[in-house]
Write a protein that binds this ligand. Structure first.
Ligand code: NAD
Length: 358
């Protein structure tokens, strides 16, 4: 629990910046005291929402009442805004993807170290209930030890907005949704990624990827398939996970799903062969009655604190960050390996999984 309310200025008061303002209102640890945006329309939105509007970024940095700069601009300007804030003695919350490259991220981390300020990336999907349900299954081996995870998000609306179409601004779906799905996997699975095979899609003819598929092989034997699509008029389940004792599925954001596990009690009855297409199969026949148990999903794991409360506690020196910068660097390195695999049409191995930020 935070001992005081820390003041925040939101830089970039667009879709996500205004969503932060709404969420921060619900906390007792942070308070938005103002915003800064380049666009007049966004300034007007901010005034309507009751926030002070700063006329320039210099004005934000010069204001001693501002403890925290929250960056919610397009991705290409995160680095400069973050470093200037850190050098001015502000703590920084930065939106994902944190940077355009691992070199940019390293510069940001160096600036945070030099200034002795807190720098934390808003990898908020670590708090998603669908992910935390899978994390519980992974940690507690609810369906036995997991050997394969499939994590997908599918839409049918193409790439949204303006700058998300522009490569130089950090557009594309790998940097947009990919960073969330990869962050979740690396946060959950405590093992090194030893190989990456991927392809990007350009179905709608943009300069940037409108989706991708990546197969990650972890050192501990787990395989993960990650897929983002924006031309999927029928969606596949959000999660499909296989353990040695069962299979789990989460269909959607409402956590529609189930677990089916092997029933180790009672007599083992062989499945009966079925007709499949024009053939006959016993291998692919449904398990015989009583051979499996269907259960509801477990309760999600808990992270103990919200992102904002954790950030306030880190500033106060009473907690460790839930989103650690070394983890963010691992994700950045993995993203670069995925781009490389897609570009070369090759499996990428032996990439620098930990990088400088370890
Ligand atoms: P957006 O286009 O809706 O808003 C960006 C705003 O930044 C605009 O109002 C723009 O005028 C302003 N801006 C641009 N350059 C600026 C500068 N130099 N100084 C001040 N303001 C500037 O974009 P968005 O969807 O809100 O995305 C913003 C960031 O948030 C991106 O990094 C994106 O990846 C991230 N995001 C994160 C999540 C999440 O769940 N964590 C969700 C959506 C977006």
């Amino acid at each position: 629990m935070s001992s005081k309310i820390h003041s925040v200025v939101i830089v970039g008061f667009g879709g996500m910046g205004s969503y932060h303002a709404k969420l921060i209102k619900e906390t007792n640890s942070l308070e938005v005291v103002g915003t800064y945006d380049l666009l007049e329309a966004r300034r007007a939105d901010s005034i309507n929402a009751g926030y002070k509007v700063y006329e320039s970024y210099e004005e934000v940095l010069a204001d001693p009442a501002v403890e925290i700069v929250l960056i919610a601009t397009p991705n290409d300007v995160h680095k400069e805004i973050a470093i200037r804030a850190l050098q001015a003695g502000k703590h920084v919350i930065c939106e994902k993807p944190v940077a355009m490259s691992k070199e940019e991220l390293q510069d940001m981390l160096d600036a945070a170290d030099a200034a002795g300020r807190v720098f934390m990336v808003h990898q908020n999907r670590r708090w998603d209930e669908d992910f935390l349900t899978i994390k519980k299954m992974y940690d507690q081996e609810t369906i036995g030890s997991l050997f394969q995870l499939e994590s997908r998000v599918h839409g049918a609306n193409g790439i949204p907005g303006d700058w998300r179409h522009v490569k130089a601004q950090g557009g594309g779906m790998l940097l947009d949704w990919g960073v969330h799905l990869l962050d979740q996997l690396l946060f959950m699975i405590d093992s090194k990624v030893i190989s990456v095979s991927s392809s990007l899609s350009f179905i709608l003819g943009n300069d940037v990827d409108d989706g991708f598929e990546a197969i990650l092989q972890f050192e501990n034997g787990i395989k993960a398939i990650v897929e983002v699509g924006t031309t999927n008029f029928i969606t596949l389940p959000r999660w499909y996970v296989k353990g040695i004792e069962g299979t789990g599925i989460i269909e959607d954001w409402s956590l529609t799903g189930r677990l089916v596990t092997r029933n180790n009690e009672g007599e083992k009855i062989e499945p009966k062969p079925i007709r499949a297409g024009v053939g006959l199969t016993k291998t692919m026949a449904p398990p015989s009655e009583g051979a499996t148990i269907t259960e509801t999903l477990p309760q999600p794991a808990e992270l103990g604190s919200s992102f904002y409360d954790n950030f306030a506690a880190v500033i106060e020196g009473t907690a460790e960050p839930i989103v650690k910068n070394a983890e963010v660097m691992r994700v950045q390195n993995l993203i670069e390996a995925i781009f490389e695999s897609a570009e070369k049409n090759q499996v990428v191995k032996d990439f620098d999984m930990y990088g400088e930020g370890k």
